[in-house]
Design a protein around this ligand. Structure first.
Ligand code: GLC
Length: 798
C-alpha cells in the first residue's frame, strides 16, 4: 500500500494519503532556524539549538504529534471549521481532500473542502530567522463566502528541560503582549528570549494565551475561539502562550486571496520591517526561489542518470538532502530525538562531514576544525561535545541560561571526559573526513592549520591526525587488536579492555587514507612510520580474526571470541566483515568468503541485518546489545548505517550484481508501495528496520537523523557509480550490475564540470577499458581541469 509518490520534476514527495501510519517529517530551514514538521504540519521550530533555543513546543512521544504550525479556516455562515493541514481538526478524508508536498526545505499543505481550496506553504528564507507561511485561499463555490482564518502555534519555554519539567520558574517568567498586529513572546529571565508572530493583514482578533484560545478541557482539535468564531484578545505576563491571529474575510465566487503569517526570532521591533517586506507577495516569491536556487546549486554538484530509477531519484534529490540535513542540524532534532541532546557526536559528525564534502565543503571544513578541537592530546575524541566550548570566538559567552534552581554548570575539566568514556572508533573517522575534504577541494594547507586540543595545547591538523592513529596503535588488547573501550561504532557493543575487530579494520582504513595523503605531500618520515604501523595492524587482524568463513566481531575481556561458527547467537556480524574487505585487510579468498557469509546469513529483502541470529541471552561481557530485543536496533535489526559498507565491500570485489542487490533491498524508494510494512517515510533512510527476529520485520524507524543518509550517498556515488576524487585526479571506477548498458554522471569538481558517460558494451560489472576526455585518450584517470571549464568524458567498461 502506498501513501504518496515521488514528483521528481518538482523535487517533491507528494503525500496524497495524509493519514500515514506514523508522522512523515520534513526539515525546514538551512541556516540558524530550523523546523521539523510532519505531513500534518505538526512539529516544532528552533533557533540554532533544539535544546537551548526551542521556539515552539512539541509534546514528545505522545499518541498524536502535537502541537504544530496550524491554520484554521471557519465558515462564518455555518460555524463549521477545519484546518489547512489535515490535523489538527482531522476532517473525514472521504469528504475533504488533503495533500502534503514535502520539498527541499519547505512543505506545502493543501486542502479542498466545502467549496474552498486552501494552501499553506511553510519555509524559512535563506538568511533570515523567520518562518513564513504563504497562504492562498480560493472560493470555488458559486456564492460569496464569509470565512475566518486563524493561525496557531504554541510557544515553548526555550530550554528543553524547562519545557518538560520543573515549571515552577518558567511558567511564571513567560509573557506575551499584542500591539499593532504583532504578538511578542518573551522569557523574562533570558536576555534574548524573544519571538514575535505577525501577519500581512490587520487582524480582527488575537489570542496570546493558549488556554484562552483552546478553552478548558479542549485541545488543538477543537479550539473554543475557532468554534465560537471570536478570539478573546488575551495576553498576560506568566502562563502558556500561543500566537493566534484572526482575520475575517469575504470571498466572492472564484476569488482568491494570498496572505502571509510570519514567526520570527527577536523583539517586536524586528517584526515590523519583516512584516512589511513579506506583505508583498513578490518578496515571498523571491525568498522561495532563492531557497530553490540554494538547493539547485548543491544538487548540481552531482547528478546521475542510471537504469535504476529509484537510485536516480534518491541520489539526485532525497539522499543528498538527508545527508545535508544531518550535517546542518547535527543529529538531534526530529520527532524521536526531540532536542534533549545537542552538540556534536564525534563519530557521527565525522562521518556526516565526510559524506557531503562535494555539496557542502564549507560545512565539512567547519566540522573538521570543530572536531579537531574536540580531540584530546591523547588522541581520542570527546564522544559528545558542544563546539562552542572550544571556539575562541565564543569564549566567555553564556551558551545556556543559568537557572537559579537547576544543576550547577560543569567545569571544563568535567566536560573533557577521560578515557573511560572514550569510544574506540570515534576519532578514526575524522582521518577519512579530512582526507576526503582535501581530495574534494585540494586545500592541502588545511593540514598546517593550528588547532587546539580539548584538554590544552595545540597542534596542526596533520598532528591531530597522527595523535588519532597513535592512540589506536597504543590502545590494543592481548592479541594486538584495538580495544573496544566504552563502545565502538556499535554503541551497544561494550567490550572495555576486550578487542574490537571492526576498530582494527577501521584503523587500517584510516592509515591508508593518511598514508596516501602523506605520500602526496611528500612526508617520507611519516610514511615510513605509518606503513610499519599499517603492516602490524594487518598482520594482527589476519592472525587473530579469521574464523574460516567470516571474520569474528571481537574478543571479550576474558578472551572469548564473538561471532564464530560455534556461536548460536550473534554468529555473523556485518561491521567486521564489511570493514575487513573495504579496508583492504582481507585477501581475495577471505574477502569473497566473508561477503558470501554476509549474503547468506544477513541478507533480507529490506537490507542486511547487523548480526544474526539476534542475541536472546544477556551477556555483559559483550554488552548492552544482548539486552536489546531481538531484531531491534543494534541487536539483529537491519541497521541502515552499515549497509553501505557492505556495498563498498562488494564494489571492492567487483561484484556489481551483489552490490546492487544489497543497495536495492535497503532503498526506501523501493518500499513506497509497502508502507503497511515499512510505516515510515519512503524518501528517507531510517536508522533501522526491524529484523527477521522481530514480529514487525520490515518496519522502519527513526527517519532522517541517521548516518545511513550520508553513507548511502557516499557509497553509491563513489563506489557503485565509482566517480570519486583523489588528491590530484578524478577516478572513474564503477561497479555496476552486468545488465546495465550505460549510465551518466555529471560531477562538478574543483569548479570544473565533468559530464561522464559510461558504456558497458560487454556486460561487465567492473573494469574500465578506455577513457576519453573531449576526444583525447586518458590514461586511467581524469586530471584536474581549470575551474569554469566543462568536459565530456567517455568511459567504456570491459
Ligand atoms: C546511532 C548513533 C551512532 C552509532 C549507531 C550504532 O545511530 O548515533 O553513533 O554508531 O547508533 O550504535
Amino acid at each position: 500500500m502506498r501513501y504518496g509518490y515521488f514528483d521528481d520534476e518538482n523535487r517533491e514527495y507528494v503525500i496524497d494519503h495524509v493519514n500515514t501510519p506514523v508522522p512523515w517529517t520534513n526539515y525546514i530551514g538551512v541556516n540558524d532556524m530550523c523546523a521539523v514538521l510532519s505531513q500534518s504540519a505538526d512539529g516544532y521550530v528552533f533557533y540554532k539549538s533544539p535544546q537551548y533555543h526551542r521556539i515552539t513546543r512539541f509534546r514528545p512521544n505522545a499518541p498524536i504529534s502535537r502541537p504544530g504550525h496550524y491554520v484554521y479556516l471557519r465558515d462564518d455562515d455555518t460555524g463549521e471549521y477545519w484546518s489547512i493541514s489535515w490535523q489538527p481538526v482531522g476532517k473525514d478524508l472521504t469528504k475533504a481532500k488533503y495533500e502534503c508536498r514535502h520539498g527541499l526545505s519547505y512543505s506545502k499543505y493543501s486542502c479542498e473542502y466545502n467549496g474552498i481550496s486552501a494552501c499553506q506553504t511553510i519555509f524559512i528564507p535563506l538568511n533570515e530567522p523567520v518562518e513564513l507561511w504563504d497562504v492562498v485561499l480560493k472560493n470555488n463555490s458559486s456564492r460569496p463566502r464569509c470565512l475566518s482564518i486563524y493561525s496557531y502555534i504554541e510557544f515553548s519555554f526555550h530550554q528543553i528541560d524547562m519545557d518538560n519539567q520543573n515549571f515552577q520558574m518558567s511558567l511564571y517568567a513567560s509573557g506575551s503582549s499584542y500591539a499593532d498586529g504583532i504578538i511578542e513572546y518573551d522569557l523574562y529571565y533570558e536576555e534574548s528570549g524573544y519571538q514575535w508572530f505577525t501577519s500581512s493583514f490587520e487582524p480582527d482578533g488575537f489570542d496570546c494565551l493558549r488556554d484562552r484560545f483552546l478553552g478548558a478541557y479542549r485541545d488543538e482539535r477543537n479550539p473554543i475561539a475557532v468554534e465560537r468564531g471570536e478570539c478573546t484578545g488575551s495576553f498576560e505576563k506568566t502562563g502558556n502562550h500561543c500566537a493566534a491571529l484572526q482575520k475575517k474575510l469575504v470571498l466572492q465566487p472564484g476569488q482568491d486571496i494570498r496572505i502571509a503569517f510570519l514567526l520570527g526570532e527577536g523583539k517586536r521591533e524586528t517584526a515590523a520591517p519583516m512584516r512589511e517586506k513579506y506583505s508583498d507577495p513578490a518578496n515571498v516569491d523571491r525568498a522561495f526561489s532563492d531557497l530553490a536556487a540554494f538547493w539547485d546549486e548543491k544538487l548540481s554538484k552531482l547528478q546521475v542518470n542510471t537504469p535504476n530509477q529509484g537510485m536516480n531519484t534518491s541520489l539526485n534529490i532525497w539522499n543528498l538532502y538527508q545527508a545535508e540535513v544531518n550535517i546542518m542540524f547535527s543529529r538531534f532534532a526530529s520527532f524521536i530525538e526531540v532536542g534533549g541532546r545537542t552538540g556534536l557526536g564525534f563519530r557521527d559528525t565525522s562521518q556526516d562531514a565526510m559524506t557531503i564534502a562535494s555539496s557542502n565543503p564549507e560545512k565539512c571544513r567547519q566540522r573538521i576544525i570543530e572536531l579537531c578541537r574536540g580531540l584530546t592530546q591523547q588522541g581520542y575524541g570527546l564522544h559528545l561535545f558542544q563546539p562552542e566550548w572550544f571556539d575562541p570566538e565564543f569564549q566567555g559567552k553564556q551558551q545556556s541560561f543559568k537557572s537559579p534552581t537547576v544543576i550547577p554548570t560543569p567545569s571544563m575539566e568535567e566536560k573533557v571526559h577521560g578515557i573511560k568514556d572514550a569510544c574506540s572508533d570515534d576519532a578514526l573517522w575524522l582521518i577519512a573526513a579530512i582526507s576526503e575534504y582535501i581530495k574534494e577541494t585540494g586545500e592541502v594547507s588545511l593540514l598546517d592549520e593550528m588547532v587546539t586540543y580539548a584538554d590544552g595545547g595545540e597542534g596542526t591538523v596533520y598532528q591531530h591526525m597522527m595523535r588519532i592513529l597513535d592512540f589506536s596503535a597504543e590502545q590494543v588488547g592481548a592479541t594486538g587488536i584495538c580495544k573496544g573501550l566504552r563502545a565502538d561504532w556499535n554503541d551497544c557493543l561494550n567490550l572495555g579492555g576486550g578487542e574490537s575487530a571492526m576498530v582494527s579494520f577501521l584503523h587500517y582504513w584510516a592509515l591508508q587514507h593518511f598514508l596516501a595523503l602523506s605520500r602526496f605531500i611528500g612526508k617520507t618520515e611519516e610514511v615510513e612510520k605509518y606503513e610499519k604501523m599499517a603492516a602490524k595492524v594487518k598482520k594482527a587482524c589476519n592472525d587473530n580474526l579469521w574464523d574460516g568463513e567470516w571474520y569474528i566481531r571481537g574478543i571479550t575481556g576474558s578472551g572469548r571470541k564473538i561471532g564464530t561458527h560455534d556461536d548460536k547467537e550473534g554468529k555473523v556480524h556485518i561491521e567486521s566483515n564489511a570493514w575487513a574487505v573495504f579496508s583492504g585487510v582481507a585477501d581475495l579468498d577471505r574477502a569473497v568468503k566473508a561477503m558470501d557469509s554476509v549474503d547468506k546469513y544477513l541478507y533480507t529483502p529490506y537490507g542486511l541485518m547487523l548480526n544474526a541470529p539476534s542475541y536472546t541471552k544477556s551477556d555483559d561481557e559483550i554488552g548492552f546489545v544482548t539486552r536489546v530485543y531481538p531484531g531491534v536496533k543494534e541487536n539483529g535489526s537491519i541497521f541502515s548505517h552499515p549497509n553501505p559498507w557492505a556495498w563498498c565491500a562488494e564494489a571492492a570485489l567487483g561484484r556489481g550484481d551483489r552490490a546492487m542487490k544489497f543497495y536495492n533491498a535497503l532503498l526506501p524508494y523501493n518500499q513506497n508501495d509497502k508502507i503497511e510494512v515499512r510505516q515510515s517515510e519512503p524518501y528517507s533512510y531510517c536508522q533501522f528496520v526491524m529484523g527477521k527476529d522481530h514480529t514487525a520485520f520490515g518496519r522502519a524507524r527513526h527517519p532522517f537523523m541517521t548516518g545511513s543518509g550520508g553513507w548511502a550517498y557516499f557509497a553509491a556515488t563513489r563506489y557503485l557509480l565509482g566517480v570519486r576524487p583523489d588528491f590530484d585526479h578524478l577516478i572513474v571506477d564503477p561497479c555496476i550490475p552486468k545488465d546495465w548498458g550505460s549510465f551518466d554522471v555529471t560531477r562538478v569538481w574543483r569548479g570544473a564540470v565533468y559530464r561522464i558517460h559510461v558504456e558497458n558494451p560487454c556486460g561487465v560489472s567492473k573494469g574500465v577499458k578506455t577513457m576519453e576526455m573531449d576526444g583525447k585518450t586518458l590514461s586511467g584517470w581524469i586530471p584536474v581541469q581549470k575551474a569554469g571549464t566543462q568536459h565530456s568524458v567517455h568511459v567504456v567498461m570491459g
